[in-house]
Design a protein around this ligand. Structure first.
Ligand SMILES: Cc1cc2nc3c(=O)[nH]c(=O)nc-3n(C[C@H](O)[C@H](O)[C@H](O)COP(=O)(O)OP(=O)(O)OC[C@H]3O[C@@H](n4cnc5c(N)ncnc54)[C@H](O)[C@@H]3O)c2cc1C
Length: 505
């Protein structure tokens, strides 16, 4: 019986999406099929995307990448969370710290005890019960899975890293596993007139590359998924109005912080991402409320170190393709859609697309049920991440600029409205199916942006006031004491993964 297996996978695009996909497919399907990746040095990559979230560790682990070596190569630092400044009100600051907040007791979420106690003490601070926050704010870091002699989770972390070095690292890795790289510009995509499948792509040089499965990693333009297959795009800019970014790199100023900063400005926000050898900065903004020149001036007025690069201007539209998998073409990375980098989710969406593709990997029949399942899961994930990001804009009390007034008044999806209403009454938060963001993540943004529940869940009354007080006080003491003993982030990096100073740039 003739084999029905996929024989040749063609990946178009060699940015983070292309090389992450090539590396994982080559690792898990060695010898099952051949992989060709086409990239164009002339077109280049987007060249941003430096902050990540914790699941990236699993991705690297599956690839068998040594952490300290990877961190040396990519000038990486550790990331314990994102500090949001001026988002609720001007002068506000809170952190979305990774990991748990406090510790649940039985069926009672920790934050219900916190809300109960907060009714008596309005100054009670949620972040006293976040070990990640306590560590981050002192610019400290250590690898610690558990807090010793307790059942408490230790430190949850991700990385800040140089995205171009990561892609280069994965390129070498993939080529060693047999991935064939072709340098060249795709000029034509041939689609079968009968069944609408992609048959081949042709390069400027005239070379034609045929394949069974095509993975579109060509960036925003969606060379195959959109230009060839006309899949369509769900535009979400009415929910997330920012449509421009400017990126610039600066010298590090003083300490290398173990967290990303996200600072809200008049018509958008600024990121600050510390690597070992430099800091990545950018301003994400809405062109309806500020022009490029003013946006650049705002960014340059708020960076800390000397400029190392020329500002790079990027335009984008928030949204996603109507189908991320269409016929025999799967879009991964910017070609599949874009959600602004406020919660550092794009590289993660690449990772989860790859994992989803592996779980639903097709044969030559391209079973429609598999494709539908893929698209359903991808839609759900995009929508969940979208809602979390919208929350940051909607839950603002700022009315000092037209942009923030617009955000306060803009319509939001019913799914998000429902989450906010649930929280407002008795602080209830539910992690819906496969939601990337945990209850602790939603809690921090909701409270950090001053949405206060009217009361707490009565289940928290299982502990008396004195017991709640003692529980909170014991947890706070443990977190404070242990955080004080942790080495500085800089010292830990110096020991574990010091990168070469000479590779600055
Ligand atoms: C302002 C901004 C900030 C971001 N910050 C973060 C962040 O902090 N964290 C995060 O996780 N993500 C972030 N992202 C997203 C992240 O940059 C991308 O998800 C990631 O880089 C993947 O990009 P890509 O590989 O899909 O596309 P690209 O990097 O654009 O790569 C496209 C590839 O396709 C090739 N190509 C295109 N056309 C052709 C053609 N005709 N022929 C041959 N090859 C072609 C190009 O040469 C290139 O190799 C950010 C994005 C933006 C816009």
């Amino acid at each position: 019986m003739a084999s029905n297996n996929i024989n040749h996978v063609v990946i178009v695009g060699g940015g983070s999406a292309g090389w992450m996909t090539a590396a994982m497919l080559a690792k898990l399907f060695t010898d099952k099929f051949s992989i060709t990746l086409i990239e164009s040095d002339d077109i280049g990559t987007i060249g941003v995307g430096e902050a990540t979230i914790p699941p990236i560790k699993t991705f690297n682990d599956v690839l068998g990448i040594d952490e300290s070596q990877f961190m040396v190569t990519t000038q990486a630092t550790f990331k314990l969370g994102i500090q949001f400044e001026n988002w609720g009100k001007l002068g506000d600051s809170y952190m979305h710290a990774f990991g748990n907040i406090g510790r649940d007791i039985g069926l009672t979420p920790f934050h219900q005890f916190f809300l109960k106690e907060q009714q008596k003490d309005a100054n009670l601070c949620l972040w006293d019960y976040s070990f990640n926050y306590q560590t981050a704010k002192q610019n400290k870091f250590i690898k610690m899975a558990k807090i010793e002699a307790t059942p408490l989770q230790g430190i949850a972390y991700a990385y800040h890293f140089d995205a171009s070095s990561y892609a280069t690292y994965l390129k070498t890795y993939s080529q060693q596993l047999g991935v064939k790289r072709i340098e060249g510009k795709v000029t034509t995509t041939k689609v079968n007139a009968k069944n609408g499948f992609v048959e081949s792509v042709t390069l400027q040089s005239g070379q034609t590359i045929c394949g069974d499965l095509f993975i579109d990693c060509s960036g925003f333009q969606g060379l195959l998924i959109e230009q060839a297959l006309k899949t369509g795009f769900d535009d979400w800019s009415h929910y997330l109005p920012c449509d421009r970014a400017i990126a610039v790199q600066t010298e590090n100023s003083d300490i290398v912080r173990p967290y990303t900063r996200s600072i809200a400005h008049d018509a958008g926000w600024q990121w600050q991402i510390p690597l070992q050898h430099r800091t990545g900065n950018g301003h994400v903004y809405c062109s309806k409320f500020i022009d490029d020149e003013q946006a650049l001036a705002t960014l340059l007025a708020n960076v800390e170190g000397k400029l190392l690069t020329k500002p790079k201007f990027i335009k984008f539209t928030t949204g996603k393709r109507k189908k991320l998998w269409n016929k025999n073409c799967v879009a991964i990375g910017l070609s599949s859609g874009f959600l602004e980098p406020l919660e550092s989710t794009s590289l993660h969406l690449i990772q989860s697309s790859i994992v989803r593709l592996i779980k639903l990997f097709p044969d030559l029949n391209f079973n429609q049920a598999d494709i539908d399942e893929y698209n359903m899961q991808a839609d759900r994930e995009f929508i969940q991440v979208r809602d979390f990001i919208i929350l940051h804009y909607k839950a603002t009390q700022r009315n000092d600029s037209q942009f923030w007034q617009h955000c306060q008044n803009m319509p939001i999806p019913d799914s998000l409205q429902h989450k906010i209403e649930l929280f407002k009454s008795q602080g209830r938060i539910f992690r819906t199916q496969d939601d990337l963001f945990s209850e602790a993540a939603w809690l921090q943004v909701l409270l950090g942006q001053n949405i206060k529940p009217e009361s707490y869940h009565p289940i928290a009354d299982q502990l008396t006031d004195q017991q709640v007080q003692k529980y909170l006080s014991d947890l706070k003491t443990i977190f404070t004491n242990h955080a004080s003993k942790i080495p500085s982030h800089q010292a830990f990096i110096g020991e574990y993964c010091p990168a070469k100073k000479s590779s600055i740039g």
